[in-house]
Design a protein. Structure first.
Length: 204
């Protein structure tokens, strides 16, 4: 009889994010290739058993799953020292048991919502070119930088020189994200794409 392959134990450590209400729980496993942002329990119940169980804890306000980490945003009236170990233990056990994290079809469902959202903006040929450039810049320069902090930024729309971005994970509601947005992203986009006049954010 061959031995079942024993998986290395799940390792887990926490990292601060620029948002004091969000903490990044990093594991040594690939959890989800892509980004899954759960701001409310309804969406979690539909698509993520992991996020659903986290939401059952009274102090969890948001769950963001990406690659090998989970960013948890807490309710502001709780303190991390009181709840961090509880979340850590829960995640360690959950992942060790190989339970379902995100249901199949989530990415497609989100892409459909995204397309619907995008389709409501009619772009001229010239604008479509600009939008492509903006999206490329965000994919190449912005996403990798904010991912390190446990967050994500998605393009929403371009309208008469104004770019609207959606902040997710630790970026949502983070005090320094507005600074990042104005100083970093807006500066870069204006420099590289002269048609961009300003950048604004919506919380995911």
């Amino acid at each position: 009889m061959s031995n079942p392959v024993t998986k290395s134990p799940v390792m887990l450590y926490t990292e601060q994010t620029p948002n004091p209400e969000s903490l990044k729980f990093v594991t040594n496993r690939m959890l989800y290739k892509g980004t899954a942002d759960f701001r409310e329990e309804e969406l979690a119940k539909e698509w993520s058993p992991l996020a659903t169980e986290l939401f059952e804890m009274p102090f969890v306000k948001g769950v963001y799953i990406c690659n090998n980490f989970v960013t948890v945003t807490k309710e502001f009236n709780y303190d991390w020292p009181d709840i961090m170990l509880k979340i850590k233990e829960f995640l360690k056990n959950y992942i060790s048991e190989d339970k379902e994290l995100i249901k199949d079809g989530f990415e497609e469902a989100m892409a459909a919502i995204e397309a619907e959202r995008g389709a409501s903006y009619e772009y001229t040929e010239n604008e479509a070119e600009i939008v492509k450039k903006i999206k490329d810049m965000i994919e190449t320069y912005v996403k990798p930088a904010v991912e390190v902090d446990g967050g994500n930024i998605e393009f929403k729309s371009f309208d008469q020189g104004t770019v609207t971005l959606i902040m997710q994970g630790a970026c949502s509601g983070c005090p320094s994200s507005t600074v990042t947005l104005k100083a970093g992203i807006e500066g870069m986009l204006k420099r590289m794409i002269p048609e961009v006049k300003e950048v604004q954010a919506e919380m995911g």
